[in-house]
Design a protein around this ligand. Structure first.
Ligand SMILES: Nc1nc2c(c(=O)[nH]1)N[C@H]1C(S)=C(S)[C@@H](COP(=O)(O)O)O[C@H]1N2
Ligand SMILES: [Mo]
Length: 426
């Protein structure tokens, strides 16, 4: 937990909002009120009989160690301001990620007013007719579709970089495949009428900058117009059959699968069509950029060698057990998921002998493009001892997962082979 203590020391009201979002508030005397209280009770595993006496700015010790956000379960919190939390891989075993297990990656402070009835989305810039739509308008004027779509943060896997890269030290769990319901982004852009000069989209959300400066946005990214028109992109108002979770962009967000998660603007208020590559917050400098060619770990890469990250790489995740598992039988049924921003997964292979031999896993077809696919393998361990289970996916372009990390200065795109260590005591 990086700054829970610090933020409570400097501004406890803001800290409460960061921690609990809009679900809790302090009353005039500084006591915690509202739904946040039950979340707090939940976090501590009990109600708090003397909560009325709990002064403002006092960090409940039980919470500082295991901060919980209502509606989230089992996440590991990397930071509280902004909130960043990932899901341990072994808690991602479900084929559709439950909302409670969908990671949170915030760059700023989520908006307080997230009323779906009054929410507006503007589509403007180089369009024939600018649109100003309510969520009801979206539902009434466009096809409503449901798709299982992967969102993965560009920095997922950064914690394994050596030399380390600064930024959230994600291990493996800044990825999820929820079921999203919404309208196709391309349909809405077509309705606005795309001018022929358009090359890029620009996305804006209602969250605010950590500095409190209203003129600064925490993040505003875009995608090439050709990517924007992919029929798999959604403007989503539901996840897993319910309204979006407040931390995942309620009431409206983009879901642009295949690209880094940063393209999927949360709390979406505006899509602006531009005749140049968007230059909003975290579009410029080295944000979400990587060297166009492989570089040695620790290399100092000239600025001009960086390119904007587009498709996310092929990747697999073993989810049915975690490192440290002790197996009391010599056989094991393994389960996990595989995905790629470049297309469908063609195969997943498993090794239990440090890559000397590989066994094809059974691979499911995707529910729809950009849904993750699932693999199953029955493994047999010859004798008791220490084993590593390795998983390696290959996508339809022939791309596979490397053993070493494709090191880059900002710590993006780590898709090295997933390894789990187990001990067999059969
Ligand atoms: N408005 C807004 N949209 C945002 C962000 C943000 O901070 N603000 N973070 C982005 C990043 S970097 C990622 S990886 C995804 C994460 O989505 P999730 O928090 O729902 O998992 O949201 C993206 N959309
Ligand atoms: Mo991200």
């Amino acid at each position: 937990m990086k700054s829970l203590t610090r933020s409570y020391e400097t501004d406890s009201t803001a800290a409460d909002q960061d921690v609990f979002g809009r679900i809790a508030h302090r009353d005039r005397r500084g006591f915690l009120r509202g739904a946040g209280l039950s979340a707090l009770g939940l976090a501590l595993g009990a109600s708090i009989p003397f909560h009325r006496s709990m002064p403002s700015g006092l960090i409940p010790i039980g919470l500082a160690q295991d901060m919980l956000i209502e509606g989230k379960d089992g996440l590991t919190y990397l930071n509280d301001r902004p909130v960043n939390a990932e899901t341990p891989a072994h808690l991602l075993n479900a084929d559709i990620t439950p909302t409670a297990r969908h990671f949170i990656r915030n760059n700023g402070v989520p908006p307080q007013d997230v009323n779906a009835d009054s929410w507006r989305l503007t589509v403007d810039g180089l369009v024939q007719n600018a649109l100003d739509l309510s969520i009801e308008d979206l539902k009434n004027q466009f096809d409503v579709v449901t798709r299982a779509l992967v969102i993965e943060c560009g920095g997922n896997g950064r914690a394994a970089f050596n030399p380390p890269a600064s930024g959230n030290q994600w291990s493996l769990g800044a990825v999820a495949c929820s079921q999203w319901t919404g309208v196709r982004l391309g349909d809405v852009l077509s309705a606005a009428g795309i001018a022929k000069q358009v090359v890029y989209t620009a996305h804006e959300g209602a969250d605010t900058h950590l500095s409190g400066d209203p003129d600064k946005m925490p993040i505003s990214r875009g995608v090439p117009i050709s990517k924007a028109m992919d029929p798999n992109n959604l403007i989503a108002f539901e996840m897993n059959g319910a309204p979006l979770h407040p931390m995942n962009g309620a009431p409206l967000r983009l879901v642009i699968p295949g690209y880094p998660g940063s393209a999927s603007q949360k709390w979406l208020t505006r899509i602006w069509l531009r005749d140049q590559i968007h230059d909003g917050a975290k579009m410029t400098g080295k944000s979400y950029r990587a060297p166009r060619h492989p570089v040695a770990p620790g290399a100092d890469v000239p600025k001009d060698d960086f390119g904007i990250i587009e498709n996310m790489p092929v990747k697999s995740l073993i989810t049915s057990l975690q490192t440290g598992a002790i197996l009391t039988e010599s056989s094991l049924s393994l389960h996990g998921h595989a995905w790629s921003g470049a297309g469908a997964i063609e195969s997943v292979e498993i090794s239990i002998d440090f890559g000397a031999t590989w066994k094809q896993a059974y691979l499911s077809a995707p529910d729809n493009p950009f849904a993750w696919q699932h693999f199953d393998a029955d493994l047999e361990f010859p004798i008791s001892g220490y084993y590593e289970i390795w998983a390696r996916a290959t996508d339809e372009t022939g791309a596979s997962q490397p053993f070493a990390i494709s090191w880059n200065p900002k710590g993006y795109l780590n898709n090295s082979v997933h390894r789990i260590a187990v001990t067999v005591e059969a």
